[in-house]
Ligand binder design. Structure first.
Ligand code: XMP
Length: 317
């Protein structure tokens, strides 16, 4: 059985021996990178600099929320707005693996710039076991290149340290809990490093990022409200995906021609397999009505994904 206290003691001792200088950590605000940041903070304190990169593909209000939360946890944090750089690099890119590689590389380039200024030689990542397993670690097939593994460029200028790389999500949550993270943080649903870019099928333009950001916020708010009201149990992960195809609809008596949003909600333990959430139709209906009202100009159809993993993956790219 996994013992979080033992893991923390041993890892902090190991990190103290391993990191001999300044380190930077890319924090997305998710459970993995936040837990990694607290763990490394315990080992090297102020020699750690937390970096929140706004890629332009973050969830609604994410940057402000994370900045506040990390500061309250004592992590020295800085926000870097690189959104226009990400949008520019992803112009005309539609192939999922290419998207992931471009995002992985740009992340590293942004961190290298920060590391140089901070005179850091170490780069901490919140990589966990499923990230490298799905990226083709060992003898396995590449399912998708997680931005922090298969998406990394070959010529990295600093040493990468991944304190959580042998853990699964449920174990990371236990470590986060023991380290004193607030429940809303260690119980947070996962969010992929490449962010909303892999929830926009086709070219992830700034305009589409705004649309899916709003749709994801609606899915999260409605599901969290319904869970609080005991209409349903909060699923393991829940979000929206923007499809590139258009369908015909009608607003009043006027023809509409708009995109489709998929609602994806799954149950899982560690993300390696998943089953779709059997959530109530009443909640789905509220989501559908709100999305088509709020995003009237763009979206005229909402569908619910009933695919398990396998054969689907949780994210669409
Ligand atoms: P898939 O889509 O492979 O996702 O079934 C499994 C879990 O991993 C998350 N995910 C990622 N997390 N970097 C991450 O840190 C990534 O590149 C990435 N891709 C997928 C996904 O949200 C799900 O929880």
């Amino acid at each position: 059985m996994f013992k979080p206290e033992k893991f923390i003691d041993e890892k902090v001792a190991e990190l103290k021996g391993q990191i001999k200088g300044n380190a930077v950590i890319g924090i997305s605000g998710g459970v993995d990178s936040t837990t990694a940041a607290i763990l490394v903070n315990k080992a090297i304190g102020k020699n750690l600099k937390g970096i929140l990169v706004d890629t332009g593909y973050m969830r609604k209000n994410e940057i402000g929320y994370n900045e506040k939360m990390l500061k309250s946890l004592g992590v020295n944090t800085r926000v870097i707005d690189a959104s226009e750089r990400f949008y520019a690099k992803l112009k005309d890119v539609i192939e999922p693996e290419q998207k992931r590689k471009i995002i992985g590389e740009l992340f590293i380039r942004v961190f290298e710039e920060v590391a140089e200024k901070e005179k850091a030689e170490y780069f901490i990542q919140g990589t966990i076991a499923p990230d490298w397993i799905e990226s083709g670690g060992g003898l396995r097939d590449t399912i998708k290149s997680h931005h922090n593994v298969g998406g990394l460029p070959k010529d990295i200028k600093f040493e990468i340290v991944e304190p959580l790389r042998d853990l699964y999500k449920d174990e990371v949550r236990l470590v986060g809990q023991k380290l004193g993270l607030p429940e809303e943080v260690y119980q947070r649903q996962p969010f992929p490093g490449p962010g909303l870019a892999v929830r926009i099928l086709g070219e992830p333009t700034k305009e589409k990022a705004e649309i899916i950001r709003e749709a994801c916020a609606i899915v999260e708010e409605e599901i969290e409200k319904a869970s609080k009201n005991k209409e349903m149990v909060r699923p393991w992960q829940y979000f929206a995906v923007l499809l590139p195809s258009k369908t015909v609809g009608v607003h009043g008596d006027v023809r509409a021609y708009g995109n489709i949003v998929v609602v994806r909600a799954v149950e899982s333990k560690d993300g390696m397999s998943a089953s779709y959430s059997k959530m109530p139709h009443s909640v789905l209906e509220r989501i559908s009505v709100r999305i088509t009202n709020t995003l009237k100009q763009h979206i005229n159809r909402v569908v619910f994904d009933i695919t398990n993993k396998p054969p689907g993956t949780i994210e669409y790219e």
